[in-house]
Each structure stands twice: as structure tokens, then as C-alpha cells.
Write a protein that binds this ligand. Structure first.
Ligand SMILES: Nc1nc2c(ncn2[C@@H]2O[C@H](COP(=O)(O)OP(=O)(O)OP(=O)(O)O)[C@@H](O)[C@H]2O)c(=O)[nH]1
Ligand SMILES: [Mg+2]
Length: 364
């Protein structure tokens, strides 16, 4: 699973990328070729920290997803940092991600010029979204035009072509009305498949991040006001988030305590972006290792076993499962077992967010 960070030039993408990946990429400069900077975003999960306290494992691994820092995208004919071709390349690469973190500049700074004449977050958000919509519209139009000709010919694929055309005509209408593809609810599996094949940019879940100045954080400030305007939005100060991310662990908690907060905003963002991917974690626990693994919501126990090791999926016998909440309520794994809350599940069991799983497999 992969996230892409997009937005106008100098809106704070790289600062935020550094904050969530622990990266040290230079900020305040053109990021190079599109999608070239890849990092791993860790997902700080309070449940995992509790499990660490409980099991005191030798190794501790949080859930993680890949994260790509994209080059700034300029709206209209202005093209991107390196020209029109770069814009096409950015949008092409962006099709490969599963979810988008859309950074919008809301901080004022005389030192960092904005490509447009003023700071206007809602305008910038709309402009970048329009770029995504235009790209989808162009892609959909060209396919529809091709299919309109192709579907009239008595070829082997004619029936398939007609079906695909019918789906895409509906998608095209939505895009022409200025609406994202995500507002279209496909009915049949065929329709779902046709749409998925195009990796439409406006069909990807987005988390919007308003990057505000330090002074605008807090209740009743500009940050809170902006957050209310857009669903699934978060506001933070990317510059500070990056600084916090680069502090040594011990100093970090001291610094957060001095601000009167328990975690940086980037932790909340990581969880929100993770959820936008329809990702959920399950946990494995023990004195050797406590670890969070990522699966898609709806995956079964065998698929989950395969995340740990392909051999565990192949030789799957059963999964021993208990919920994180059940463990907490019981006080310890021993007491939980004594209370009979330890479940044995088969391959088809749908793993839930926060399940603690132990796979029994025949690996010979
Ligand atoms: N004052 C202030 N400056 C910020 C903030 N966030 C980013 N900056 C500054 O803005 C400049 C650009 O930040 P980056 O994180 O590199 O922005 P970017 O979106 O990656 O920029 P490009 O990759 O060039 O498009 C840097 O000089 C940052 O220090 C902020 O919240 N407040
Ligand atoms: Mg950058």
C-alpha cells in the first residue's frame, strides 16, 4: 500500500514527508524528478504502546506504509516545477498510489514566495483537485472515443468493449459534471473492474492537510476553522512537525509535554491516512516481538497469515485469536486464556482491527 503527498510548490510537502517518515530530505527546494522520494510512514498506534508495556518485547514494530513525496503541482497551463511534461509525469505516477495526502498552504511567510499572488487555502485545494479531475477527464474521454469506434466492429472482444463503454460513458458524465469518480457507485463486479483498471485520480481517498503557521494552531484559530470546512481534513504546522520528528526520542516527549500535548499532529495524520487506505492492523505479541501487520479491511485469516510469511498461508491450520480490548479487560494473556476468551478460527475468519493473532501452520 502506498500514499502520495501532493500539493502546490512550497506548500510544505517535504517538511511533512520528513515528519511522518523520519526522513531528512532537504526542504525549500524543488524535489527533483516526480515521485522519486520514497519513505516509510510508521503508524503510531496507542494500542501498540500499551502492548509494549505489557510484553516488554525485545523487538517492537509499528505498522508501516510506503509514502511518496511528489513534486509541486501548479494549476492551469502553468504546468509543474519543471514544465508541462513534468506535470504529466507526476499525474501518471500518482495513479499508482492507493491514497493521497493533499497538502494545502495556509501559512504566511515573506521568505517563502507563493506561486499565486496570495495565500488562499480553499482556492488552492480546489485548483489541485481540478487538475486531478482534468487528468481523469482526458483519460476517460480518450478511451471512450476509442471504444465508440471499436465496439461497432464484430471482433472477439465486441461484447466486452460494449460493456466497458457503457460503464465509462457513465463515468464520463460524472467527470463532465465536475464531480470526482469516487461519487460513482458501481453496481456490478464488471463495472468495478473497468473502473479499477483506470486508477482514476479522483477515485482515490484523500486526506487534506492544511499547513498553518505555528501561531494559528489551537482552538478557535485559523487551523480549527479550516478543518471544519473540509471532511477528512487535518491542520498542523509542517515545519514544527518536522522539527519534532527530528528530535531524539527522549527530548521529543519532553518537548511535547512542554506544549501540553501527548503526541505530534503527524501521528494523527498517519492514522487518518492509514485508515483512508482501508488498511487495518492486526497484532502479533510475545516476549520476543510485538508487531503490527497491515491488511485490507475484510481480509481473512489466511491472507493475514500470508502477510507474516507465505509458508504460514500455505500450511495454515488455524488462527488463535483474541481482541486487544479483551486482553486489556482480562489484564493478561494468562487470565484471558483461563476465562476461555481465546478463540480458534479457520481460514475464512475475517480479521478485525486490533485482533491479536497467532497462526498455527504446518510448514513442512
Ligand atoms: N513559516 C513556515 N514555513 C514553512 C512551513 N512549512 C514549510 N515551510 C517552509 O516552506 C519552504 C518549503 O517547504 P517544503 O516542505 O520544502 O515544501 P514542498 O511543498 O516540499 O516544496 P516543493 O517540493 O518545492 O514543491 C521551506 O523553506 C519550509 O521551511 C510552515 O508551516 N511555516
Ligand atoms: Mg518538496
Amino acid at each position: 500500500m502506498k500514499l502520495g503527498i501532493i500539493g502546490f510548490p512550497a506548500c510544505g510537502k517535504t517538511s511533512l514527508f520528513n515528519a511522518v517518515t523520519g526522513g531528512v530530505q532537504p526542504v525549500g527546494q524543488y524535489s527533483g524528478s516526480p515521485g522519486s522520494t520514497v519513505g516509510v510512514m510508521k503508524v503510531p498506534d496507542p494500542r501498540m504502546f500499551k502492548l509494549r508495556d505489557m510484553y516488554k518485547p525485545k523487538s517492537f514494530v509499528l505498522a508501516a506504509v510506503d509514502c511518496v513525496d511528489f513534486t509541486g503541482l501548479i494549476s492551469g497551463t502553468g504546468a509543474a516545477g519543471g514544465g508541462k511534461e513534468v506535470k504529466g509525469e507526476i499525474l501518471g505516477k500518482l495513479r499508482e498510489v492507493d491514497g493521497i495526502v493533499h497538502v494545502v498552504r495556509a501559512y504566511e511567510s515573506s521568505e517563502v514566495p507563493h506561486v499565486l499572488e496570495s495565500i488562499d487555502p480553499m482556492r488552492d485545494l480546489g485548483e489541485t483537485d481540478n487538475e486531478l479531475l482534468f487528468a481523469d477527464l482526458a483519460q476517460c474521454t480518450s478511451r471512450v472515443e476509442k471504444l465508440r469506434v471499436q465496439a461497432t466492429k464484430p471482433t472477439k472482444t465486441q461484447e466486452q468493449d460494449k460493456k466497458e463503454l457503457a460503464t465509462l460513458e457513465k463515468v464520463l458524465k460524472i467527470l463532465e459534471d465536475g464531480k470526482p469518480v469516487s461519487t460513482y457507485a458501481p453496481i456490478s463486479d464488471d463495472e468495478k473492474r473497468h473502473i479499477a483498471a483506470f486508477q482514476f485520480l479522483t477515485n482515490k481517498k484523500q486526506v487534506v492537510v492544511f499547513n498553518v503557521a505555528e501561531g494559528d494552531l489551537g482552538e478557535g484559530g485559523k487551523a480549527a476553522e479550516l478543518e471544519k470546512k473540509v471532511p477528512n481534513a487535518i491542520s498542523l504546522c509542517a515545519k514544527i512537525e518536522m522539527e519534532i520528528g527530528q528530535l531524539p526520542e527522549a527530548e521529543r516527549s519532553e518537548f511535547l509535554a512542554s506544549l501540553g500535548i501527548s503526541e505530534p499532529a503527524s501521528a494523527r495524520l498517519a492514522r487518518q491516512a492509514y485508515a483512508a487506505l482501508d488498511a487495518i492492523p492486526f497484532f502479533t505479541v510475545g516476549e520476543d516481538e510485538c508487531r503490527a501487520w497491515t491488511i485490507h479491511r475484510g481480509d481473512n485469516a489466511q491472507a493475514a497469515a500470508g502477510k507474516i510469511h507465505t509458508d504460514l498461508a500455505k500450511g495454515f491450520v488455524r488462527a488463535e485469536v483474541f481482541g486487544y480490548e479483551e486482553l486489556l479487560a482480562a489484564g493478561s494473556e494468562k487470565e484471558l486464556k483461563a476465562a476461555g476468551k481465546f478463540r480458534l478460527e479457520g481460514k475464512e475468519y475475517i480479521v478485525k482491527d486490533g485482533d491479536i493473532v497467532h497462526i498455527r501452520a504446518n510448514t513442512r
